[in-house]
Design a protein around this ligand. Structure first.
Ligand SMILES: Cc1cc2nc3c(=O)[nH]c(=O)nc-3n(C[C@H](O)[C@H](O)[C@H](O)COP(=O)(O)OP(=O)(O)OC[C@H]3O[C@@H](n4cnc5c(N)ncnc54)[C@H](O)[C@@H]3O)c2cc1C
Length: 254
């Protein structure tokens, strides 16, 4: 259907799509309901690679032993998404495809250096998450492709996640950070730029032994936060600096 009918929209948990339909920002179209595709729900460890099906819900990720053990920052992010109803319906694939800069799983996937698996009738391809988004709400996914899974190799080092929103539940992130403390730290942020970003210059400075004050200054120069109805750019800058310091002290060796 995706190949043959222009404008057909894949529908997973519908937690984003229904918002658009209710607010009238999504004109009526034909949907293809993915919910029954059981193989896309699977969470499995193959070799050293954790494969999480696109239809895995937040609840499934929270409950998964493999996610808890290998990618605890994803379980933590899932626990802080929406409320229980959203966690039961919302999916990882939907969060990725929706491509909001505030999507809570996206910094986790960026920090974990995940791979997105895409499939169409013409075959399967794997895209590094780092290059998946091409601009604000734009990605490399073609309209005839489904996201089928996300793959994550072994993540060495302490994982850290923090979401800052108005409340503990049912709040879109003002700033969201996921990070890994290893000799080459990885730090990813949501809600501070048109897409999820890695702080590559900050990471390099920390790897080279820079102090946290200098690193926080570099981090501020790497983000492009905006004022919007959820927060101000100034607040977001301050929070990024605070989160970076908190990450660094929480994961300090010894
Ligand atoms: C009350 C409420 C609270 C929320 N809270 C949060 C929150 O705290 N954090 C957060 O990040 N998000 C939040 N969301 C947004 C939403 O729940 C998530 O983005 C969720 O992961 C979307 O998944 P879904 O399966 O419902 O996607 P859908 O609504 O079904 O689809 C979303 C988009 O992805 C596309 N799509 C879905 N699956 C695929 C696939 N496999 N392949 C290709 N395209 C696909 C659809 O065509 C559509 O464009 C909230 C939403 C609501 C309504």
């Amino acid at each position: 259907m995706l190949r043959d009918e222009e404008g057909v929209v894949p529908l997973a948990g519908a937690t984003d799509l229904y918002v658009g339909l209710n607010f009238g920002t999504l004109e009526p179209r034909r949907f293809v309901n993915l919910w029954g595709l059981a193989p896309l729900r699977r969470i499995a460890l193959r070799g050293g690679t954790l494969s999480i099906g696109a239809l895995a819900t937040y609840t499934a990720m929270i409950r998964s032993r493999q996610v808890q053990r290998r990618l605890p920052m994803l379980a933590q992010a899932a626990r802080e998404v929406g409320g229980m109803q959203i966690q039961n319906r919302g999916t990882l694939g939907g969060n990725i495809a929706n491509a909001s800069p505030a999507g809570d799983t996206l910094p986790v996937l960026a920090a974990a250096e995940a791979t997105v698996v895409l499939r169409s009738t013409s075959g399967e391809r794997r895209v590094p998450f780092a290059g998946f988004y091409t601009g604000y709400r734009e990605s490399l996914r073609r309209p005839d492709e489904l996201i089928t899974a996300v793959e994550v190799g072994t993540v060495e080092g302490a994982q850290w996640f923090r979401k800052v929103g108005t409340r503990a539940a049912q709040a879109i992130s003002k700033v969201v950070m996921a990070a890994v403390r290893s000799p080459a730290p990885r730090i990813a942020l949501g809600s501070v730029a048109p897409t999820v970003i890695r702080l590559s210059r900050t990471e390099r400075a920390l790897a080279d032994g820079a102090g946290i004050d200098d690193a926080a200054g570099i981090a501020e120069s790497e983000i492009q936060p905006i004022d919007d109805l959820r927060s101000t750019a100034g607040y977001r800058r301050r929070v990024v600096s605070n989160l970076l310091r908190r990450f660094w002290s929480d994961t300090a060796p010894g």
